[in-house]
Design a binder for this molecule. Structure first.
Ligand code: FE
Length: 294
């Protein structure tokens, strides 16, 4: 007999903590924190803003290294310029995604675009860190710059989804990920509901960027700036926006197969052992991750 589809329940709802990053810009960090170090294969989720910046106030993250994982930047408002030690550069504006596989190591710079810095304006975006399996930690760095217009959008029954990675409402993402990942941006109108299929092997969490929602089989409430972690007990998640809500529920729904490998992490280096972390620090100090010279 085939097993019935089981709807996941919520294991934890956590309020993001406000912290400073880079040159001192405010982020809302869902994890890591004192209770969740990582949510395998995910290492970090930061929300930048939303904030309205005055001219000259935008800040960024100047030259810094990465090794052993991937950074995924999703900009909703504002414009950033990325550069790195492999000569890659790109502009990331509203709706654009950059999926960077740091692999063996890069020096990375993420700064506000000149014009955006001068004029100011609304800034809102996300950075997700995705761990790499041991076999891929030292691969050659790779980039996927995906402009907003290439990201599939589906609209139906009071629900809009942007398919950044994985599959939703019959559309496949264009991004190719090293391990199997789902990254969806949902907008759910008051009174509407989604049922998202998720492989039973995935760890899945949601992040509420605006409004409020009811999560999982038990319809647990969560609101703006909260992350919702699901139990690994089924192959779909249900999420709804309450009928009496005054604004739509705006959220990210993210999932992936856990790697199940040891994690040794020190700032921007994420490896499997302390010895590999020491090597990463020494390679960085000896200039082996290159430099940005353009
Ligand atoms: Fe970076």
């Amino acid at each position: 007999m085939q097993q019935a589809v089981q709807s996941r329940i919520v294991s934890d709802v956590i309020s993001a903590k406000t912290t400073l990053e880079g040159e001192g810009f405010v982020v809302h960090r869902s994890f890591p924190n004192y209770s969740i170090r990582e949510f395998d294969p995910f290492l970090l989720l930061d929300e930048m803003g939303p904030i309205v910046l005055s001219p000259g106030d935008a800040k960024g993250a100047p030259d810094h290294p990465h090794r052993g994982f991937e950074t995924v930047t999703y900009v909703i408002d504002g414009v950033f310029e990325h550069k790195d030690s492999h000569g890659h550069s790109g502009r990331i504006g509203p709706g654009d995604v950059q999926w960077m596989t740091a692999g063996a190591g890069v020096i990375h710079s993420e700064m506000p675009e000149k014009e955006f810095l001068q004029k100011g304006g609304r800034l809102h975006g996300f950075q997700l860190w995705v761990n790499l399996p041991k076999k891929d930690k030292m691969i050659k760095p790779r980039y996927q710059d995906v402009p907003a217009q290439k990201i599939p959008i589906v609209q139906k029954d009071g629900v809009t989804v942007r398919v950044i990675a994985g599959e939703a409402m019959g559309k496949h993402a264009v991004i190719d990920t090293k391990t199997s990942i789902m990254y969806l941006h949902y907008t759910i109108q008051p009174g509407s509901k989604i049922t998202q299929k998720v492989p039973s092997s995935y760890n899945v969490f949601a992040y509420v960027m605006d409004g409020e929602g009811l999560f999982g089989a038990e319809a647990r409430p969560a609101h703006k700036e909260q992350a919702v972690f699901f139990e690994k007990n089924g192959d779909e998640v249900v999420i709804s926006s309450p009928k009496d809500a005054t604004i739509p529920l705006e959220m990210l729904l993210i999932g992936g197969v856990p790697l199940g490998e040891p994690v040794a992490r020190y700032g921007p280096f994420v490896m499997n052992t302390e010895q590999e972390i020491k090597e990463a620090i020494s390679d960085y100090n000896n200039g082996k991750m290159g430099k940005i010279d353009f």
